[in-house]
Design a protein around this ligand. Structure first.
Ligand SMILES: Cc1ncc(COP(=O)(O)O)c(C=O)c1O
Length: 392
């Protein structure tokens, strides 16, 4: 039974935060926490970045919302900026990652119908996470997310992640496929990093079969893995890219970016969102993009990520329960040999905010503005936590 006036969708820890500053959060009793998860990869610029706060204040005083019945200059400016940064041509703005992916899924289906495919299908990966709406949970590769919500949305064909042969086999046998939707690095699935040839292999398969390559960069985007978008480390362009999380640094905004035929697929009346791309969120996201790039934070994420991986390699060397330490920029996972969800509460009691995903992976998604000293402090504290856990 709900006891707090809230549905029981979440099981929050017994802590509430009152203010934030950079990588630090302060609870309602004034206790200080090192935030190693940034609101689940959202506050890439840290909490209450002065430029972001200033933009929100100024824009909120001027104009917050008008709807998409009218032109929204901030939305046009953000669309142009993201197109320039990504190599895409056009954007649709919603309010979350799931909505960005819904847009991508609708583009793929319409693209398929326009080609005369009666029941267009999208290839998705095992262990993926694409959101909690019906279409995006159906695309997600986790039974835990789907259970209880059947019948699922049809039209998804699943393949193991990082397995190009499996997708080639699907291509040979399934003429209804029109697109692939994957995360370039899986986040919720446990920080799974595919081989270097995976994305270029997918690009080739898509080119050979006239499929859209659609990348879910909701977690990997906005500088987190070392370039603004992760695919920019692979010398290729997708047809569709989705992003959210770090784009608004906390204000709700998601974007579906596309180029070529995919960019021109949706026509007036095909898709929409009342709040999507409103002046407040777009002005803020523009400041976020500018700040990330002007302060060279994607490069910083790459360098800092390496420092953190090196630190963990030293601290946790030979530890009996550490199976693998892996990361791309500031998406870091420490794979343990046993379920470790209890570490989250232990860390919190020690003033450290971490996350555990896929039962056995300690996941760290710190802000891109984290200093070297703060990163070293994080490595020390997380390593101690894991060492104590192993010794139990
Ligand atoms: C890769 C990926 N896609 C989609 C989503 C869903 O985003 P949102 O929770 O904003 O709907 C997430 C959220 O964790 C994600 O990591």
């Amino acid at each position: 039974m709900a006891t707090s006036g809230l549905m029981t969708t979440y099981k929050p820890m017994s802590v509430a935060f009152d203010k934030g500053d950079g990588v630090w959060l302060y609870d309602t009793d004034g206790k200080k926490y090192l935030d190693c998860i940034s609101g689940i990869a959202v506050c890439g610029l840290g909490h209450c970045h002065p430029r972001v706060t200033q933009t929100i204040q100024e824009q909120a005083q001027r104009l917050i919302h008008t709807s998409n019945l009218y032109r929204i200059p901030h939305q046009e400016a953000l669309g142009a900026r993201l197109a320039e940064v990504s190599g895409m041509e056009a954007c649709f703005f919603g309010n979350s990652g799931a909505e960005a992916n819904e847009c991508a899924i609708k583009i793929a289906r319409l693209y398929g119908h326009n080609k005369g495919v009666e029941k267009p299908a999208i290839v998705v990966a095992d262990k993926s996470f694409h959101g909690r709406t019906l279409a995006t949970l159906s695309a997600t590769g986790s039974r835990k997310v789907q259970a209880g919500f059947e019948p699922l949305v049809q039209g998804f064909v699943r393949a193991p992640y990082d397995d190009l042969d499996a997708i080639r086999t699907i291509a040979e046998n399934n003429p209804s496929v029109v697109a692939i939707l994957v995360e370039p690095v899986q986040g919720e699935g446990g920080i799974n990093i595919p081989g270097d040839d995976y994305l270029s292999g997918l690009r080739k398969i898509c080119d050979d079969h006239g499929w859209l390559l659609m990348l879910d960069e909701i977690q990997t985007g906005n500088g987190r893995t070392g370039t603004y978008f992760h695919y920019q480390q692979h010398d290729l362009l997708p047809d569709v890219v989705t992003t959210a999380k770090g784009l608004g640094n906390g204000l709700p905004i998601g974007a579906c970016l596309a180029r070529g035929e995919a960019a021109a697929t949706l026509k007036p009346g095909n898709h929409g969102s009342t709040y999507g791309g409103n002046p407040l969120c777009c002005a803020t996201a523009l400041t976020v993009v500018d700040t990330l790039l002007e302060e060279k934070l994607p490069e910083r994420a790459l360098k800092l990520g390496q420092r953190i991986l090196d630190g963990f390699a030293t601290q946790l060397e030979g530890n009996s329960i550490v199976e693998e330490i892996r990361g791309k920029g500031l998406m870091i996972g420490i794979q343990l040999a046993k379920p470790c969800a209890e570490l989250v509460a232990q860390a919190k009691d020690n003033g450290l905010l971490i996350n555990v995903t896929s039962d056995t992976v300690v996941r760290l998604l710190p802000a891109l503005v984290m200093s070297d000293a703060e990163a070293d402090q994080m490595v020390q504290a997380v390593s101690k936590l894991i060492k104590d856990f192993a010794a139990k």
